[in-house]
Each structure stands twice: as structure tokens, then as C-alpha cells.
Design a protein around this ligand. Structure first.
Ligand code: FPP
Length: 222
């Protein structure tokens, strides 16, 4: 039997705490978080997971100290630049978030370019779909979807609204992971997680690994 293909979504929390416990600056925690993500992507690509969606940067994160924001943005450039290993693992990059040309959108040009290039350079891969939520907020996504329906005079139905989300091809989330002992949803994929199991772990994101990923997907296997 064809194995069930799952959609796993991750709120990657606790980079700051990981760093603090080691007497390191917060930025070192984010650097470790990006490396952990790269390991988790590789592990996910070898499991019965068709979609991995991660919360890279929220619409609320722009108010963090400038140097920290700059560092996290640089890590996105690094992640989107990992084309060689993404291609080796047959991973296709995807993005959800506020459209770059929308009023209030803040994604700098170099991040826009990195996102576009990673999408293009991995577009022929057929395995795991890695969706990075960048400048993403679920309320903004849902409000925009509803506004699009109103503007175009369409009926407000569940199906019509779903078809106006940032990426309507994303399947519903099967498992939502939140690391670092927090049990909040933080405005992440409110529509898509309606039927998801939630896996909370005490581990900080830089310590999240393949064993943890297996524990998370075991919530929905069989
Ligand atoms: C939370 O840690 C994490 C984020 C701000 C978003 C996730 C960012 C990364 C994992 C870095 C690299 C990721 C990508 C996609 C390139 P926190 O600062 O809130 O930790 P704390 O709650 O312990 O302070």
C-alpha cells in the first residue's frame, strides 16, 4: 500500500532560550535554528511526509531589534541558498506570506530575490514540498482571502475562501509541531490546522531532530 503522505507544520520556537542557556547571543540561537531546519528538511524528505511548512518569520517579528531582524533575514538567504542539498533531496521550495507588492509588506528585495530563485531552482523536484512562511500571519491571510471574495463578487463559502489563501494547493495540516515548551498557536495557519494533531515538545528548535519528528508523526500514523 502507498504510504500515507503527511503535511507537518512547525512553529520553530526557542532559539533565544537555546542560546541563553549556553551563554551565547540570541543570534547564535537563530543560526543553530537554521542548521536544525536544514537537518529536519533532510529527515522529512526521507519519511512519509509530502509537505513541511515552517514559520520562518511572522508579520509580528519585524518589531524585534534591528540587528536580530537583519540576522534572521540573512539566515533566510542562507536557507534559500541551500539549493544543492535541496536538489539532492528532491525538495521543492515554496513560500507563503504577504505578497511583496501589498501595502505594508516589508520583505527586502534581497530576500524576495532569494525566495524567487530558490523556488525556480528547485521547481522540477518531485519530493517533499518545503513551504517557508515569511512575513506571514494567518489573520492577514484570511482577511485578504475574504477581501478578494468581496472585491470579485464571489459567494463567501468555505471552498471559495480556501481557494483564496496564499497557497490554495497546500493540503490540510496533519501535525502541527511547537517547540520549546510553549503551547500557543501564534497566528500560524489557523485555517489549515483545523483538523491537525498538535505535538508540543519541551525541546528548543535547535535541538529538534529526526527522533522528535518521528514522535510528532506517530500521532497520526495508522
Ligand atoms: C523563535 O525563536 C524563532 C523565530 C523568530 C523564527 C524561526 C527562525 C529560525 C528557526 C531561524 C532560521 C530560520 C529560517 C527559516 C531561515 P525565539 O527567538 O522566539 O526564541 P525564544 O522564544 O527562546 O526567545
Amino acid at each position: 500500500m502507498e504510504p500515507r503522505r503527511l503535511h507537518v507544520a512547525c512553529i520553530m520556537d526557542g532559539n533565544g532560550r537555546w542560546a541563553r542557556r549556553r551563554g551565547l547571543p540570541r543570534t547564535a540561537g537563530h543560526t543553530a535554528g537554521e542548521e536544525s531546519l536544514s537537518d529536519v528538511v533532510r529527515a522529512a524528505s526521507k519519511r512519509e511526509i509530502s509537505h513541511l511548512t515552517v514559520f520562518g518569520f511572522s508579520t509580528e517579528n519585524w518589531v524585534r531589534p534591528r540587528a536580530e531582524v537583519r540576522h534572521i533575514l540573512g539566515l533566510h538567504k542562507k536557507l534559500f541558498g541551500r539549493v544543492k542539498e535541496l536538489n539532492e533531496n528532491n525538495v521543492r521550495v515554496n513560500w507563503i506570506g504577504r505578497p511583496f507588492d501589498e501595502p505594508g509588506a516589508k520583505t527586502p528585495l534581497y530576500v524576495q530575490r532569494a525566495i524567487r530563485k530558490a523556488i525556480e531552482d528547485t521547481s522540477s523536484n518531485t519530493g517533499l514540498v518545503l513551504t517557508v512562511a515569511f512575513d506571514y500571519g494567518s489573520r492577514a491571510e484570511l482577511t485578504r482571502a475574504a477581501q478578494n471574495l468581496v472585491r470579485t463578487g464571489q459567494e463567501l463559502t468555505t471552498q471559495n475562501l480556501a481557494s483564496h489563501l496564499y497557497d490554495s494547493s497546500l493540503p490540510p495540516v496533519d501535525v502541527l509541531v511547537r517547540t520549546s515548551g510553549e503551547s500557543r498557536i501564534s497566528n500560524f495557519m489557523l485555517w489549515q490546522i483545523a483538523g491537525a494533531q498538535i505535538y508540543f515538545t519541551e525541546r528548543t528548535w535547535p535541538d529538534f531532530d529526526a527522533v522528535e519528528l518521528d514522535a510528532a508523526i506517530s500521532l497520526v500514523k495508522n
